[in-house]
Design a protein around this ligand. Structure first.
Ligand code: SF4
Ligand code: SF4
Length: 443
């Protein structure tokens, strides 16, 4: 089996965001392979834990993935204040040589330096043109957890678990290793439960993670990096709950067109022609869609950090982007010169954390992740961009951890899905496979 087949059959997809299948990403050659170790969402600690705990494996993964895309080098990019991680990785690099070679690049501690285009610019000096992908400038970007999953898959071990940071108003915040398909509510209980009676869960980091459904917060998936417990009246919850009509009334009455949202937009700072203040103007007037909203990567800087009036330019960008997509619009954009003083307009991570009223939830990187188990896993067949996997087991089947339970269709964009526990299949169909764990079955 080729290495790309091993990655597809091992179910490796991007660990953050939409879950892009890694085999597809690595199918194109690149000059440099970048490992994204920024973990730029405030409060999340899983990647920092993994870099410190598994430095040799991460470096080996970086070099092997670089070889797959025929890159001349792999660059592990991490923030300049991640001292223990830098020390652990440097020690391995001192002791061993790798082909292709691996080196470290230290990123400034600003948000969102983990945006792959901001990271790529910092590490290589290149700028990805607006609307394009890193491959257009000869780079491939892979996250820490994805790279480690890839190394396991290349050695025949599929993705069955996920390291998840649980933080906020929870009794035992930390990094948890949870089986794919574990209910999020149960994970929260394993972390000691919420410390307050009225809370909302955020799935992911505080800047970009969506609010979980109150009745069914969902399950641990390959792309779930964090679970945050926030007071029901927290500013982030209020932003997410605002209706678009309320946002429009506020935009009409309070947007002073100061353009701070544009001036601090990280993509604008790269020279992309994106102008959230213009989207706000068009939204308030309700008379047109702003094409540059297509370039928004939804980092939240404009809304949660920049706007002096507490308005919602990110929500408005999301809305305009969705409507433009629904109309099938594909505007073309040209890269411009980066604004003067762009490097001084970046948002320090500590300031961002304070601005979103979440500094009190920041925890140190734990020494060890907590392994958690569950009785029943509910595993979605779609945890990635592309076509869902098709269940290949039926109710009553006995499975072992790592067995394939969902197959990617031949030639489709996707990845296989695997049993995350040993046990008996209770249901298979409608996009899910439910397995009851058999505690006597072992690993
Ligand atoms: S920063 Fe706020 S007030 Fe200023 S233009 Fe943007 S949305 Fe309007
Ligand atoms: S969310 Fe705001 S700051 Fe972030 S890319 Fe979109 S417009 Fe720019």
């Amino acid at each position: 089996m080729s290495e790309l087949d091993l990655l597809a059959r091992g179910g490796v997809v991007g660990g953050g965001g939409a879950g892009f299948p890694l085999w597809k990403k690595l199918a194109a050659p690149a000059e440099q392979l970048l490992i994204n170790g920024a973990e730029c969402e405030p409060l999340l600690k899983s990647d920092q834990y993994l870099m410190r705990r598994y430095p040799a494996q991460l470096i080996e993964a970086a070099s092997r993935l670089a070889a797959i895309v025929s890159a001349r080098e792999a660059v592990i990019c991490l923030k300049d204040h991640y001292a223990p991680q830098i020390a652990a990785l440097s020690e391995v690099l001192k002791q061993r040589t790798f082909t292709p070679p691996v080196r470290l690049h230290l990123l400034p501690t600003v948000y969102p330096i983990g945006d792959e285009q901001a990271l790529l610019h910092s590490a290589t000096g290149k700028t990805v043109p607006p609307g394009a992908l890193p491959g257009s400038v000869g780079c491939t970007v892979v996250s820490v957890s994805t790279a480690l999953n890839a190394l396991r898959a290349l050695n025949g071990k599929p993705v069955t678990a996920r390291f998840v940071t649980v933080a906020g108003e929870v009794r035992r915040p930390g990094v948890y290793r949870a089986p794919i398909g574990m209910p999020v509510q149960e994970l929260l209980e394993k972390a000691g439960g919420a410390t307050i009676p009225r809370y909302r869960l955020v799935l992911g980091g505080p800047m970009m993670g969506p609010l979980a459904d109150e009745k069914d917060p969902g399950v641990v998936t390959k792309t779930l990096g964090g679970v945050l417990v926030l007071p029901a009246e927290h500013v982030l919850v209020n932003h997410a709950m605002l209706s678009m009509e309320q946002a429009r009334v506020r935009a009409r009455s309070a947007c002073i067109q100061c353009r701070t949202c544009t001036d601090l937009c990280p993509r604008h700072l790269l020279g992309h022609p994106i102008y959230p203040h213009l989207t706000m103007r068009a939204f308030a007037a309700g008379n047109r869609l702003e094409p540059s909203a297509m370039l928004c990567m939804e980092c939240g800087i404009c809304e949660l950090y920049a706007c002096p009036m507490g308005l919602n330019p990110r929500r408005v960008q999301q809305m305009h982007k969705a409507e433009l997509r629904a109309k099938g619009e594909r505007p073309a954009f040209e890269l411009k010169e980066a604004p003067a003083l762009a490097e001084y307009h970046q948002a320090p991570s500590g300031r961002v954390l304070a601005r979103i009223h979440a500094a009190q939830y920041d925890i140190p990187v734990p020494d060890e992740a907590v392994e958690v188990t569950t009785e029943v896993v509910r595993i979605p067949m779609k945890q990635h961009i592309g076509a869902p996997a098709e269940p290949c087991v039926t109710a009553g089947s006995t499975v072992r951890r790592g067995d394939v339970i969902g197959r990617m269709a031949d030639g489709a964009l996707g990845a296989d899905i695997h049993a995350s526990v040993c046990g008996t299949v209770e249901q298979a169909g409608n996009g899910w496979v439910v397995i009851r764990a058999d505690r006597t079955a072992g690993a």
